[in-house]
Design a protein around this ligand. Structure first.
Ligand code: 3PY
Ligand code: ZN
Length: 640
């Protein structure tokens, strides 16, 4: 290819080239680069053609096979809206031009209750195992920038999306953030930060959290919802301080658990109000209430939001919930009426059950009231037409939940985890075991001291529940035999104190019995960890990969092994984020033509021609493609 490129170069043909010609003509190499990329892409497509998709968690093929039809936004005269450029008006302008405090002030002055759309993060994390890819977000980004221009924010990053992007989708999460930002300059972006855990599952050194927030802010993030899975304020403070230092909008969130109106439950109104005081004292710009399991009923919501509003008239309040029990819309409407400034919801096709409540239903419920969110319902519906198709495309990751789970008030399993556990039970064909797991989850939570359950502590409870079911252990037996049992590692890490300190302390003597001679930390874990030496990390990555960006450094610090595996995958298959999802997840039909835009203006027209016979000697098959009109082939190991 290099020779072809050289021989067809006009300067070379003219004969006017001189000795620096090769150095001065980088396009020669870019051609080789794209030829290489094309070959790597064919290798991936060939692999799928022979072996099927290898994406973890995928069951079968997509139910949606055609091309996605893009919606058309119409103006008030029914004419198509010009969306060739992203919309320029929106709440982000205040954050960018005047800063976080001005944003907090402005949203307090706003009359209606604003909406945050979680479709780009929590909705797909809760319904589709976090598998929605960057291309599918970017494809609707420009329309979204217009349709949701008056939204509080798009929740689009952080939580599980960070590691899943690299781990299962072979994408760079930072690249996703930059691409989305370019297409949506007007709506604030919000992310989920797990306090001192960053976007990981246990604590990191403090300087890792500071570095991460600085990079997130620089690459386009605006609002950081910071929580700690045990509501441990010291852990929470690490995250809030890091966001403030980075110049972001800090939304300090309390995690709502149990039922504060039930006197038998551990977490009551006074407990939550105490947390609010501490969060405000840390300098958070916004107060978040994070109802991760969807157990905040309307009456409790009214009292809690009302109480906070009365005590802190200038504090913006933002509520997050899940619709697991089907009460999400009623609760969010109650929050709006009680004085919340913003509530969370998701596009209809990606809402309900373990996801957020429906945006359409909340809009209709608040329409014409003093809490009207100020969005164009027709435009919101237009976006939903797109998402209905995308959801079908990701059908291989569905847990096929059929309706609300009224038992959520008992087991308190967070939305995302509930889907995961159902998915696992269904995959193993263990319908009856699912009921057992839910019951064991309740027992496991009691054994651990009725803790707040959300990533990562929800995993501790889930792991203990599955451990009890698979070993046939009752509540009492688990406690009595603690000294002999080999508890799951997450349970031991929790007992060690690696996830912070639970409210009311660890259950004793269980903790001591389970830990045996392992350490016990009674202060926040960050105080025991050595700071990251960033220069060492930069040097290591440069040596290993010939170069590294500051966001690579942040990825490596958060998830070293996942980052290395991702780089190994890219070295083999290239950057697959440009491949349409249909062909990322499914084998192309023989003879069907499709295109992939490697980068702006570099489009490959592809066609699968045939899959060759199995070679007994090599165990491989040759797969034939047409690439921009030329025949190409790749040899693929047959894994059957
Ligand atoms: C996460 O931590 O990813 C969550 O969504 C918790 O609710
Ligand atoms: Zn959530």
């Amino acid at each position: 290819p290099f020779l072809t490129s050289l021989l067809s170069n006009p300067t070379f043909i003219e004969g006017t080239c001189w000795t620096t010609f090769i150095d001065d003509t980088p396009s020669l190499f870019s051609l080789i680069g794209s030829q290489n990329r094309a070959q790597k892409l064919l290798l991936y497509l060939g692999d799928i053609a022979v072996n099927g998709s290898q994406i973890k968690g995928q069951i079968g093929e997509s139910k949606f096979k055609g091309d996605i039809v893009k919606p058309v936004l119409k103006d008030e005269n029914g004419e198509p809206l010009d969306i060739t450029e992203p919309c320029k008006t929106g709440w982000r302008n205040i954050i960018v031009n005047e800063g976080p405090e001005a944003f907090a002030k402005a949203v307090r002055q706003n009359k209606g209750c604003l909406l945050m759309d979680t479709t780009w993060r929590d909705a797909h994390q809760s319904l589709l195992a976090t598998r929605v890819r960057t291309v599918d977000l970017c494809e609707i980004a420009q329309e979204t920038s217009h349709a949701l221009s008056n939204a509080w924010a798009l929740e689009c990053w952080g939580g599980a999306t960070f590691d899943v992007a690299m781990r299962f989708l072979y994408e760079d999460p930072w690249d996703r953030l930059r691409k989305m930002r370019k297409l949506v300059p007007n709506i604030p972006f919000q992310m989920l930060l797990r306090g001192a855990n960053g976007v990981a599952y246990s604590s990191l050194p403090d300087n890792a959290i500071y570095h991460f927030c600085e990079q997130a802010k620089k690459n386009g993030m605006d609002i950081f919802r910071v929580f700690d899975a045990l509501n441990d304020v010291e852990q929470l403070e690490v995250g809030i301080k890091a966001v403030l230092k980075a110049g972001g909008v800090a939304e300090g969130a309390l995690c709502y658990s149990g039922d504060m109106l039930n006197p038998k439950k551990k977490y009551n109104y006074e407990y939550y109000m105490g947390l609010v005081d501490k969060i405000v004292g840390m300098g958070a710009h916004i107060l978040g209430i994070k109802d991760m399991a969807g157990v905040l009923k309307p009456k409790a919501a009214t009292q809690l939001v009302g109480g906070i509003r009365k005590k802190y008239p200038d504090l913006p309040i933002h509520i997050h919930t899940h619709d697991s029990a089907g009460t999400g819309v009623a609760s969010m409407v109650a929050c709006a009426k009680a004085g919340a400034d913003a509530v969370d919801c998701a596009t209809d096709a990606m809402s309900g059950t373990t996801s957020q409540p429906s945006i359409g239903a909340i809009l209709a419920s608040l329409e014409g009231t003093e809490h009207d969110p100020g969005l164009n319902a027709a435009h919101v519906r237009a976006l939903d037409q797109y998402w209905a198709q995308v959801r079908m495309m990701y059908s291989p990751f569905e847990a096929w939940l059929t309706g609300p789970d009224p038992e959520v008030y008992e087991h308190e399993i967070p939305g995302g985890q509930l889907t995961n556990l159902i998915f696992q039970a269904a995959q193993q064909g263990l319908g009856e075991q699912w009921a057992q797991t839910k019951k064991a989850y309740v027992d496991a939570n009691r054994i651990l001291g009725d803790i707040v359950k959300v990533t990562p502590t929800s995993k501790v409870v889930g792991d203990l529940a599955q451990f009890m079911v698979s070993n046939g252990l009752t509540y009492q037996e688990t406690i009595d035999k603690a000294e002999e049992l080999d508890f799951p590692s997450s349970v031991l890490e929790f007992f060690e104190g690696l996830m912070g300190q639970p409210y009311g302390g660890f259950p004793e003597p269980l903790r001591t019995r389970a830990l045996r001679d392992r350490r016990k930390m009674d202060k926040r874990p960050g105080l025991y960890l050595d700071p990251i030496n960033f220069d060492d990390v930069r040097k290591k990555l440069k040596e290993q990969y010939g170069g590294c960006s500051e966001t690579d450094v942040a990825s490596y610090v958060m998830y070293s092994k996942v980052f290395e595996d991702y780089k190994t995958f890219c070295a083999k298959y290239g950057d697959l984020s440009v491949l349409p999802t249909r062909f990322f997840l499914n084998k192309p039909e023989v003879g069907e033509e499709f295109s992939v835009e490697l980068e702006k203006g570099k489009v490959l027209i592809l066609k699968l021609l045939a899959v060759g016979p199995l070679s007994e000697q090599t165990g491989q098959r040759e797969v034939f493609f047409e690439l921009n009109g030329e025949m190409r082939s790749v040899a693929v190991d047959d894994q059957h």
